[in-house]
Write a protein that binds this ligand. Structure first.
Ligand SMILES: Nc1ncnc2c1ncn2[C@@H]1O[C@H](COP(=O)(O)OP(=O)(O)O)[C@@H](O)[C@H]1O
Ligand SMILES: [Mg+2]
Length: 271
């Protein structure tokens, strides 16, 4: 498998960005892939998912993603930023509150800092899958992710029609294309879905009408197994491989690989 760098973007909180990164890492790793997670949200929830809040909140800036934006850390050995988790094949560049001051609005004016994550990933390659978890805004951290990534997934909970949120996300991706011309939308991912709710079924239908094949077939259901396994600091694949939640996460990993393979083929033939 060729290497995949994918970021999860949405300017809303609570839509499942961190949860999807966490569990998806488990699905990819269990299938034999090496995964590097980048926690680019100053809230650090992805990092805390693996190591707990106390460990993560006590990390000095120089041991977190913030180091990439900090001139004082210029000569740091960047390898030091990568932590091995308890799970074979899953590593993470953690972050915490120290990243907040670098997450500035108007990142387009930030000069070379816009390329910090891209350069880091170019120097630390060799992973099959890189998943970048972003904060609920479109500032510097999300911008860095879009400049560095090959693909964007937009997690959307099936509620909140009428908001302008998605338009802003698409605009940001278009803007990022100026610095990263090959970035592509892999699609919208319906998350936290409850098929018993008419409002959820209607939302999904409408989203597919609007965005057509730009909506992933796989749907992430609202399922307690996601929450419980996260609380136990294990991706659901390791906590409960037979659960529906784990099964859907494996489906999602497989669909991501298939979609990327199709897009690469089209790119080669110039479609
Ligand atoms: N599919 C799901 N089923 C159940 N709980 C979920 C699901 N996705 C996310 N959650 C829970 O909802 C909360 C917010 O999700 P999170 O992934 O942190 O959102 P975001 O990163 O987009 O802000 C977390 O407590 C998470 O465990
Ligand atoms: Mg999050």
């Amino acid at each position: 498998m060729a290497s995949i760098t994918l970021c999860m973007i949405n300017q809303k909180g609570g839509c499942g960005k961190s949860s999807t990164c966490f569990h998806l890492a488990g699905a990819f790793a269990a299938s034999g892939c090496s995964v590097l997670l980048i926690d680019a949200d100053p809230q650090g929830s992805l990092s805390q998912g693996f190591f707990g809040s106390e460990v993560i909140e006590n990390l000095p800036a120089g041991r977190t993603l913030a180091a990439l934006f900090d001139e004082e850390c210029f000569f740091l050995d960047q390898q030091q930023l990568i932590l091995q988790t308890d799970f074979d094949g899953i590593s993470i560049v953690p972050c915490n509150q120290h990243l907040a001051r670098h997450n500035i609005p108007e990142p387009e004016k930030a000069g070379l800092a816009q390329y910090a994550l891209k350069e880091f990933l170019e120097q630390n390659d060799g992973y099959d899958v890189v998943l970048i978890d972003c904060p609920p805004n479109l500032y510097q951290c999300s911008w860095n992710a879009m400049v560095a990534a090959d693909y964007v997934v937009i997690p959307v909970p099936p509620e909140d029609f009428g908001t302008q949120g998605l338009r802003a996300v698409h605009q940001a991706i278009d803007n990022a294309r100026k610095l990263n011309p090959t970035i592509r939308r892999l699609g919208h991912l319906v998350t936290r879905y409850d098929r018993r709710l008419l409002v959820h079924r209607s939302y999904e239908e409408r989203l597919r009408e609007l965005y057509k094949e730009m909506v992933l077939d796989t749907i992430v259901p609202e399922a307690s197994a996601f929450k419980v396994s996260l609380a136990c600091r294990q991706p659901v694949e390791y906590y409960s491989a037979k659960s529906t939640a784990a099964e859907r996460t494996r489906d999602l990993a497989a669909e991501i690989v298939t979609r990327i393979a199709e897009k690469s083929k089209k790119r080669i033939v110039g479609a």
